[in-house]
Design a protein. Structure first.
Ligand SMILES: Cc1ncc(COP(=O)(O)O)c(C=O)c1O
Length: 391
């Protein structure tokens, strides 16, 4: 099909929930895509933080294909070696005790919310079910996770929302203390770097103060690492940079590496909270997705993570010297850029025309390139960005 035909078909049959860039991508190699006319694009998006080994990674594809040829889906009623090994590897690498596999970030957060409420119910009975999340957060698009999301515009249209959510200002520990003090709260849910909120890192001292507050009030600290997790910030999880130990961590995006997958990890005390019949998902823990995740987790060793930090530092230094840059923030290969004058959305559109795929988050430009992006690809992409910024 030509671009025009693809666009017309998509616009006719897909619900218009996304404002598409006028490009139809057909194939790719690492961090370079090609559209249907063969035009190349450098990829600073990784499919919004998913394709951590880029497109067409041979080893990841082999792992996935081998499982695809053996057994595709079993349901969670039966044991499967690949799923068991993926769970063991993720728990061992992260230091958590148990995991529930699911299909997306929103679902991983749904699991965290249910886990917190059930754990509290089992210990304290009813009336202690409130989750405190942060203003400017993003936790997904289901009704529970948009309720948890602390951004007013996500709360339009879909009322009534769920009961039992409160929002604290990030960084304000006194306010958080106040919000949890009535004894109805069971957990605090936060992102270490607020991704959709504009790539806003939370200070490590604040995160440590939240941990201490949760300990004082017997609350669970739940960290949403859907965007920051699985190597994105140069550590397996971003909470490790702040040296805190959460009770629950959710991840998705990178753990699937191109297939739909999410995970909710928990500390030992929570391991037997969600029992048979209290939670489930038909596709969660799909063996094909799990096979890919084993390949991903095995490759995320210290040496690999070091390359992520180095590439992030390299991009930061280069971009900081470009025309029209106010600030660059983030960690590893999760970077947010504030511009002095130009609008991020217009810059992203112009970059796309010139062969660079780049994201926005609120008013910021956002980069989430594949972790395997080469320096050559980085330089090509930054060249396009520099040209667009100085136009
Ligand atoms: C921090 C965070 N949580 C949750 C989600 C939702 O993930 P999904 O789109 O896979 O449901 C996202 C998606 O961008 C996210 O960035």
């Amino acid at each position: 099909m030509t671009f025009k035909e693809i666009k017309q078909t998509a616009d006719t049959y897909l619900m218009p929930t996304y404002a598409h860039f006028p490009v139809a991508l057909e194939r790719g190699e690492n961090a370079t895509y090609y559209d249907v006319d063969g035009k190349p694009y450098i990829d600073f998006t990784a499919g919004i933080g998913v394709n951590i080994f880029g497109t067409n990674d041979e080893k990841w594809k082999s792992a996935v294909k081998a499982q695809l040829d053996k057994l595709q889906h079993t349901s969670n009623l039966y044991y499967n070696e690949t799923v068991a090994c993926a769970a063991k590897l993720l728990c061992e690498k992260s230091g958590f005790s148990k995991v529930l596999f699911c299909n997306s970030g929103a679902e991983a957060n749904e699991c965290a919310i249910k886990l917190a409420r059930k754990y509290s119910f089992d210990r304290f009975g009813e009336g202690r079910s409130t989750i405190v999340s942060l203003q400017n957060s993003f936790h997904g698009r289901t009704i529970a996770t948009i309720t948890a999301t602390g951004q007013a515009h996500y709360h339009e249209y879909f009322m009534p929302f769920l009961q039992g959510f409160r929002y604290a200002d990030a960084g304000d520990i006194e306010q958080l203390e106040e919000l949890v003090s009535d004894g109805t709260v069971c957990a605090v849910l936060l992102e270490v770097i607020q991704g959709e909120g504009g790539v806003v890192p939370l200070p490590a001292e604040y995160l440590r103060a939240v941990r201490a507050l949760c300990d004082r009030h017997d609350l669970l600290l739940m960290i949403d690492e859907v965007q920051t997790g699985i190597g994105r910030t140069g550590s397996l999880f971003a909470f490790q940079n702040a040296d805190i130990a959460p009770d629950v961590v959710t991840c998705a995006k990178g753990i699937g590496g191109g297939l739909p997958m999410g995970a909710c990890l928990c500390a030992e005390k929570l391991g037997n909270t969600l029992t048979a019949g209290t939670h489930g998902t038909t596709f969660g823990g799909n063996p094909v997705a799990c096979a890919g995740s084993i390949e991903i987790l095995n490759r995320l060793d210290d040496a690999f993570l070091q390359t992520v930090r180095e590439k992030g530092d390299y991009i930061r230094e280069k971009v900081s010297a470009f025309t029209g840059i106010k600030s660059v923030r983030g960690a590893g290969l999760m970077l947010g850029i504030d511009l002095t004058e130009k609008k991020a959305g217009e810059v992203a559109s112009r970059c796309c025309e010139k062969g660079l795929l780049i994201l926005t988050a609120k008013a910021a430009l956002r980069m989430l390139p594949p972790l395997t992006i080469t320096y050559d690809e980085i330089d090509k992409g930054l060249g396009i960005l520099a040209d667009v910024l100085s136009e």
